[in-house]
Write a protein that binds this ligand. Structure first.
Ligand SMILES: NC(=O)c1ccc[n+]([C@@H]2O[C@H](COP(=O)([O-])OP(=O)(O)OC[C@H]3O[C@@H](n4cnc5c(N)ncnc54)[C@H](O)[C@@H]3O)[C@@H](O)[C@H]2O)c1
Length: 277
């Protein structure tokens, strides 16, 4: 894979923020972190458990992070410790990147009606939607001078995508949470937005059945006839988290090569994605 290059500058100079959701160098949150650092941001990172610390710590250290803490969003004590660490070290923060989702693998293959259990539904909602509300509440308590937050979503919230199942329902809730948070935090000068990214090859995406078909179909049907680039997602994050995004809040911004805008793919695109002449 070619090394990603992010535009450098000073858009985030003097800004401090927390990146939640790096698992490895393919994570969307990592590309966003690299872009924000290239514009001068000071970053803190969370990792989910010891197994991921091995991967996340060296990445975070390579960007000069001095706050690198464990955080499981389902555990209140872990969330307390994470945000206490930020308060003790920085006192205040300017931005939050929430890039976390989870649903059991068995929920993400087959039909929604058969695969979705009460427990699976609750887990997906807790980790993928409620955790943004909880993180936003804690982060905003450290944003007396205003700030900005983003979360990551996917088109499966708006349309039926095969095998995305309960995660689509959780993403719909996450997008609604984004609007409610934007309304609550707007008067305090805190903007809250979501980025709806097209499919990207990450650990989380590997858990969804029909991945190969998804990438081929997206490439063939997207307006740009290409799959989504991490650089585009990171650029959108920079816009939404910096002063460039002033006046933008409560928005779900698509970065998916225009796939969301297409009602019906061209016939040749369909044939191409299905591999038929
Ligand atoms: N990859 C895609 O195609 C795609 C497209 C659109 C949106 N997204 C969204 O982007 C976000 C990031 O996913 P990614 O694709 O970079 O995959 P990823 O696997 O790199 O990141 C997912 C992160 O969620 C974290 N996580 C899961 N459960 C957690 C918990 N209980 N506590 C704390 N952290 C937890 C994992 O540790 C991991 O860092 C997710 O919200 C995902 O739904 C992904």
């Amino acid at each position: 894979m070619a090394k990603r290059v992010f535009p450098t500058g000073t858009l985030m100079q003097g800004k401090k923020g927390l990146i939640m959701g790096v698992a490895n160098k393919n994570s969307i949150a990592w590309a966003i972190a690299e872009q924000l650092a290239a514009q001068g941001a000071e970053l803190a990172f969370t990792y989910q458990g010891e197994a991921l610390e091995r991967r996340v710590r060296p990445l975070a250290e390579s960007l000069g992070a001095d706050i690198i803490v464990p955080c499981d969003v389902t555990d209140d004590a872990s969330m307390d410790a994470c945000f206490d660490a930020i308060k003790d070290t920085w006192g205040e923060m300017d931005f939050l990147v929430h890039s976390i989702a989870f649903a059991g693998r068995e929920q993400l293959a087959g039909s929604f009606i058969d695969q979705t259990t009460r427990e699976g539904f609750a887990t997906a909602m807790d980790i993928s939607a409620y955790s943004f509300v909880d993180s936003a509440r804690r982060a905003s308590a450290l944003m007396d001078a205003g700030g900005a937050m983003i979360t990551m979503t996917y088109l499966g919230s708006e349309r039926v995508i095969p095998n995305y199942n309960v995660m689509g329902v959780a993403k719909a809730a996450l997008e609604a949470c984004t609007r409610y948070l934007a309304a609550d935090l707007g008067p305090r000068g805190i903007r809250v937005n979501a980025i709806s990214a097209g499919p990207l090859k990450t650990l989380a995406a590997a858990g969804i059945g029909s991945g190969r078909h998804m990438f081929r179909f997206n490439k063939a049907a997207a307006a740009l006839r290409e799959n989504t680039e991490l650089e585009g997602v990171a650029g959108a994050a920079l816009y939404l988290l910096s002063s460039l995004g002033t006046s933008c809040t409560g928005e779900t911004h698509h970065v998916d090569g225009g796939f969301h805008a297409i009602g019906m793919p061209q016939e040749e695109a369909l044939k191409q994605s299905l591999g038929i002449d």
